[in-house]
Write a protein that binds this ligand. Structure first.
Ligand SMILES: Cc1cc2nc3c(=O)[nH]c(=O)nc-3n(C[C@H](O)[C@H](O)[C@H](O)COP(=O)(O)O)c2cc1C
Length: 447
């Protein structure tokens, strides 16, 4: 799915065609997902547990294929799958990705709880499962496999064997499509091709942390090689296809808003133990010349967009390059005049690693950051990490959440996201945190 036909890379006409294709494919997939979220009855449910949107897009394609054969189908996030729907459904196609170290995506907490309930019997259910994962992780497709086992243990009957997709590779997706065509009784399946990459160029590249004890971080500003910026929202991601590894695009959070007129990324140069640099980050930060094309596509990341939290106070928590996703949110909040923002950001040394310091200072001065908690782990203060800052301000954390705040976390999975989760749980209580999660008020972009 993620491979790109090299013939298309040739010229401007091809880039425009690819871009138009991308718009159409995205539009089609999203229309299929969103038109159907109203709860109308459908014979086939396509339930996706997706963190960064791949599974959601595949759910849209799946629905479109079933409908081509005249079946009634609708897509829904597993967050919306309640007990009555699960117990009553005759046919569900699950699409499940895996995160962390074999963990379920955040959106799957409710489903996991439902399947754990004693007495949950699903003998009425016929299902199939598309598991998304990456075989370089120890727990390849861990959540998809556990979900499959749990459904079987509850008596649900598989329509066909689980299909596993390694890093979005096309052959497995074709196998899934093939099964769907059988179910739908049609060979006339809609086009599932991935959105094409656009050609971009680097407009500016700047080292943000000279003298840092950590690896170098670059701010990279990009513009389309031709034409207009594509649409995105704060929280969205890009995929970059590096020349040495075109089948395995790297994802980065977008640090800028469309209104700023450029797409900015914060990229940390990945250094290996032997001193060599990571293939994609080395290419982006050091090698690619300003005149050379960068193949890039924007990906909607619904779970990290502002969505229904636009009018709520926002607690933004992150470390390192995680400031990228938080910056885009802060910028769009500042532009919208929404000032109830509490930024909790951590890095190593204030002197070298205070990313986006000028923006943060300007927003603070303009009254657009209500509370600012900066922690630098190597500057000798008692509060070393973001979780310590949160724990130290437990009363304010509780009162913001009581007022309706949403919590957005962006940055490292290891060391940060887990510790922040535990702190939120101990300050707010497990039930409140679960409520925030289920109601879309706790959102994470962690990697
Ligand atoms: C931080 C992170 C951790 C991941 N952990 C795993 C893992 O433990 N096992 C696995 O098979 N895939 C893992 N993956 C790969 C994702 O499951 C895969 O990229 C999937 O296509 C994402 O689908 P989604 O966009 O629908 O969430 C991980 C990806 C990220 C970014």
């Amino acid at each position: 799915m993620m491979t790109v036909d090299p013939v298309r890379w040739g010229g401007a006409a091809a880039a425009i065609a690819a871009y138009a294709g991308m718009c159409l494919a995205l539009l089609r997939a999203r229309r299929a997902v969103h038109q159907d979220s109203g709860g109308a009855h459908a014979d086939w449910l396509v339930a996706y547990a997706s963190q960064t949107g791949t599974g959601e897009a595949l759910a849209g394609h799946t629905v479109a294929t079933l409908r081509t054969g005249g079946l009634s189908a609708r897509a829904l996030s597993v967050e919306q799958l309640d007990e009555a729907t699960l117990r009553g459904a005759a046919r569900i196609l699950f699409i499940a990705s895996t995160y962390g170290e074999g963990d379920a995506p955040d959106s799957a907490a409710r489903l996991a709880r439902l399947l754990d309930q004693p007495g949950m019997a699903l003998g009425q259910l016929h299902y199939a499962l598309l598991a998304l994962g990456d075989s370089s992780y120890a727990n390849y497709c861990g959540f998809g496999r556990r979900l499959d086992a749990a459904l079987q243990a509850r008596g649900a009957q598989a329509l066909f064997a689980r299909v596993e997709v390694d890093r979005g590779r096309g052959a497995a997706i074709e196998a899934w499509q093939h099964h769907l065509s059988h179910l739908a009784g049609t060979s006339d399946a809609p086009d599932w091709s991935a959105p094409g990459y656009g050609h971009w160029r680097i407009a500016a590249r700047r080292l943000l942390n000279p003298g840092s004890a950590g690896a170098p971080v670059y701010r990279i500003d990009l513009l389309p090689a031709e034409g207009e910026l594509p649409a995105w929202e704060a929280g969205d991601l890009v995929q970059v296809s590096a020349p040495g590894d075109p089948d395995y695009p790297r994802e980065y959070s977008i640090a800028s808003t469309m209104a700023e007129g450029r797409l900015s990324l914060l990229v940390r140069l990945h250094a290996r133990d032997d001193g060599s640099v990571g293939l994609a980050s080395g290419w982006l930060c050091r090698e690619v010349q300003e005149s050379a094309p960068v193949l890039l596509r924007v990906r909607q990341h619904s779970r990290f967009r502002i969505g229904e939290n636009a009018a709520r106070p926002l607690i933004l928590i992150g470390n390192g390059t995680g400031i990228a996703g938080l910056r885009a949110h802060l910028k769009s909040r500042a532009d919208a005049g929404q000032a109830r923002n509490w930024l909790v950001f951590g890095e190593r040394n204030a002197a070298h690693d205070h990313f986006c310091a000028d923006d943060i200072a300007a927003w603070r001065k303009a009254g657009m950051i209500d509370t600012l908690s900066l922690v630098f782990s190597r500057d000798g203060a008692a509060e070393r990490y973001v979780q310590h800052a949160l724990a130290a301000q437990a009363a304010q954390l509780r009162s913001w959440v009581d007022e309706g705040a949403a919590v957005y976390v962006c940055g490292s999975l290891h060391g940060m996201a887990g510790a922040v989760h535990e702190t939120l749980e101990s300050v707010l209580g497990g039930d409140t945190l679960a409520m925030l999660d289920e109601s879309g008020r706790y959102r994470r972009d962690v990697y």
